[in-house]
Every structure is written in C-alpha cells, then in structure tokens.
Design a binder for this molecule. Sequence first.
Ligand SMILES: NC(=O)c1ccc[n+]([C@@H]2O[C@H](COP(=O)([O-])OP(=O)(O)OC[C@H]3O[C@@H](n4cnc5c(N)ncnc54)[C@H](OP(=O)(O)O)[C@@H]3O)[C@@H](O)[C@H]2O)c1
Length: 263
Amino acid sequence: MFRHPYADPVTSPKRKTILITGASAGLGAEMARQFAALGHDLALCARRTDQLDTIRAGILAAHPDRRVEVRALDVADDDQVFEVFRAFQQDFGTVDRVIVNAGIGKGAPLGTGGYDANRETAMTNFVAALAQCEAAMEIFRAQDSGHLVVISSMAAMRGMPKAMTTYGATKAGVAHLAEGLRNELHGKPIKVSVIYPGYIASEMNSGVDPAKVRGMVSTEKGVRAMVDAIEKEKGSACVPPLPWAPMSVVMRYAPLPVFKRLS
Ligand SMILES: NC(=O)c1ccc[n+]([C@@H]2O[C@H](COP(=O)([O-])OP(=O)(O)OC[C@H]3O[C@@H](n4cnc5c(N)ncnc54)[C@H](OP(=O)(O)O)[C@@H]3O)[C@@H](O)[C@H]2O)c1
C-alpha cells in the first residue's frame, strides 16, 4: 500500500521527544513540522512565542495525537537556557534529542565598524550554542541516553571572506564542540550529530535572490534532507548531500585562488 513519506508511522519513533531551539521560523519551524509527521513529540522554543503558538496549532491540527509544548527562550540569556531545558525535561519526563538550531547571520568585514553585528553573531551562534550543549548534556548524562544535534553550516568548511567571516567562524566553532563530544562519547549511549546545511530558503536569507545563489533549495526540500540525516543519527552530514557533500571537499582543499572564485 502506498504510504506518503510523511505519513504517521505505524510504530513510535526511537527518539520520541525532540527539543528544538529557534523553532519559530525557517529551518527550526519546518523541522518541527516534519518531525511531528514522523511521530515525534516536540519541545519548541524561541523568542517569538506568537509564532511558536501558530506552529503548534498547525501541527496539532494535522497530528492530534502529538504532544507539542512551547516556551519563550532567548538563547543569549544563559540562565534561561538551563531553566527552559530543565522545564521541558520535567514536562515530558525525558528529552531524547536536542537540536541546537537558533542562529543569526549578521556580519560585516572585520575592521569596518561592524563589531556590534559580529559580536552579536558570535554570542548567539557560539556562546549561546555552548550553553545549549551544556544544558542538553546535563540532561543526557543524567538519563545516560540522548541525541545532541548541532546545526553548523557549509560556511564552516573554510575561513569565509567579508561579512561571512565571523558567521563562518562561529559555525566552525560549534562543529568542533560537537565533534569533541562525539570523540568523548564514542561507543556510549549518547549520540552526537553535526549538520552542515547548504543554502536553504528561510527568514535568514529572505533577502537573497534564489536564482542568483547556486544550490539554493526550498525550505521543505532542504529540511527533508536535514531530518533524514538526523533520524539516521549520522555523525556528520552535508545537506542536501548534492551538491554539498562533494563541495565540502572542494571547499576544504581547493587552493585559495580557486576557493576565492567560488566564495
Ligand atoms: N538557511 C540556511 O541556508 C542555513 C544554512 C546553513 C546553516 N543555517 C543555520 O540554521 C539555523 C537556522 O537558520 P534559519 O535559516 O532557519 O534562520 P531563520 O529563518 O532566521 O530562523 C532563525 C531562528 O533562530 C531563532 N533565534 C535567533 N536568535 C535567537 C535568540 N537570541 N534566542 C532564541 N532564538 C533565536 C529565531 O527565533 P526568534 O527570533 O523567534 O527568537 C528563529 O526561530 C541557524 O543556526 C543557521 O545558522 C541555515
């Protein structure tokens, strides 16, 4: 019998409850919808709770059996990160997977008066991601199980020029945090994944003309590749795999004059 790829599964998924930060828009909101369709319960957080409420209502209308809880969270507030993660764990009893997704893309070439934007990106994408990884790992170590997922970027593959320099550095930083944890936890029940998305349509790049960006895909298609890699608990994944998996090799190893023409 034909089953739609997002049809409700017959059995419960392995990681039942998923906590997603930055779930009010873009990739986080679409991950919530696609994971709900696969049978997961959801703990969703972001600053814009009106948008979280709308996403929750949409998911429950499509999947009345799912459980979806929402909480306000500004990830730049360290204490709030720990409080909100612990509160979600109390709500559900366990948190099986945490997706460290909240992020911003502000930036300016270094030394051009854009320190405020670069600092905000560094604090949100790296320091706040560290707080989220700490809070998640506290829960997972107590449970002796869990799946930590960090959303990095293809911009982490190589030092990026101009307005992307700080953003790329934060994404390389979070990838290394996750890879360090994966090294520590190899062979143990706690799993760690790093996801490297290419260009996926979202609020973050709403000003970008898709026709002018090579490899840009729709939110739905890009997130489907993310969800597939996360469900398979891959240690690391470039998504969508084409063109980004082969492109990651080019980005890392191409001589600088060649890479400069690509970036
Ligand atoms: N789209 C792409 O092409 C692409 C490519 C590579 C990597 N990524 C990464 O994917 C992740 C999601 O990006 P996106 O494209 O979906 O961006 P987006 O559409 O701009 O959504 C960003 C999300 O992060 C949340 N957020 C931002 N600052 C926050 C804060 N201080 N506290 C709590 N939540 C915060 C926003 O929620 P509120 O504003 O409601 O708080 C929003 O839900 C980011 O880490 C981004 O770097 C995206």
